[in-house]
Design a protein around this ligand. Structure first.
Ligand code: FES
Length: 310
């Protein structure tokens, strides 16, 4: 899409634009304003906005690519287009429209550069809807989870949003980490020290494989840890999509699964052997006591008592 001619749309607000007609004006922090030819993510009224300056003009788009939700504010200005950092789709930074031949448009917001400051007009906030991720987080809280360690990314954004809402309600605490291995080790350590379950989470594919060492630590020490992994949409499962668990990942999981199973099998043999040995010792002791009693007591009816153990 880089060969598209530069956009020429004059104004963002037309009848067929997704630019909202109603809303409130919000003052932009001067430190957030991008330089010429740059795009920048700003948080306005608690919402993420992609601010761009192109041809001297300041513009604002919802910081969500219509393709798969990429952060447009982390993109770049290329030949007058705002290019999404994820898959390179282009949008007019002023109107959000795509180049000719494409249909998806980003949501554009009205911008007003006044003498005192620059303002952006945002629509009324969308009413919050309870999602599957909310139910997942509520279930974790009901299980006693109070701490979650993890890294937010493309494939777990819904879960991260549900965590944010739960944290705002005071239900749990989220601890951000910089490597997924730190999340699983932190959750494992938390479980060992408190006996309570903790959650670690990561994005799909390589993010989840990075959890494995800490999870193995939890497995060896019997720490209660719940690991949650992002995943690609079900419609692209099995098609080699970005971050889909690869053959190498599956092989790694298979080998680790086999190791876990072997470890569990050996542990169960050891436990069974120990139980059998204890039972044999108890029976031997009981036989010896019966022989001693038979040698000292007169023959006849006898009452035998037993104490159940375990
Ligand atoms: S998410 Fe923006 S191009 Fe795919």
């Amino acid at each position: 899409m880089s060969a598209s001619p530069a956009p020429t749309s004059p104004a963002p607000t037309t009848a067929d634009d997704p630019c909202p007609a109603t809303g409130e004006w919000h003052r932009l922090d001067p430190a957030e304003l991008p330089a010429e030819g740059r795009v920048h993510t700003a948080v306005v009224d608690g919402r993420s906005v992609a601010l761009a300056r192109c041809g001297g003009r300041l513009s604002a788009l919802e910081n969500r690519c219509p393709h798969q939700g990429g952060p447009l504010g982390e993109g770049s200005i290329e030949n007058g287009w705002l290019r999404c950092p994820w898959h390179g789709y282009d949008y007019d930074p002023a109107t959000g429209r795509p180049p000719a031949g494409f249909t998806d448009a980003a949501v554009a917001y009205e911008v007003d550069e006044r003498p005192d400051a620059s303002y952006v007009k945002l629509p009324p906030p969308r009413p919050e809807v309870r999602t599957v991720s909310d139910v997942l987080v509520e279930t974790l809280v009901a299980w006693g989870v109070r701490h979650v360690f993890g890294m937010v990314g493309h494939s777990n954004l819904g879960f991260a949003d549900a965590l944010r809402r739960a944290e705002a309600r005071g239900d749990l605490a989220y601890v951000g980490i910089r490597h997924e291995g730190a999340a699983s080790f932190a959750a494992s350590a938390y479980g060992k020290l408190t006996g309570r379950p903790a959650v670690c989470f990561a994005i799909a594919g390589p993010g989840s494989t990075n959890l494995l060492t800490g999870l193995y630590d939890a497995r060896l020490d019997g720490a209660p840890v719940i690991a949650i992994s992002g995943q690609v949409p079900s419609k692209v499962l099995g098609r080699g999509a970005l971050l889909l668990a690869t053959g190498a990942f599956n092989l790694t999981m298979w080998v680790l699964g086999a190791l876990f199973a072997l470890f569990g099998f050996l542990s169960s043999i050891k436990a069974t052997t120990e139980r059998a040995t204890e039972a044999w010792l108890r029976r031997s002791k009981a036989r010896r006591l019966r022989r001693q009693a038979a040698a000292t007591l007169p023959s006849g009816p006898a009452l035998a008592g037993a104490v159940a153990q375990g």
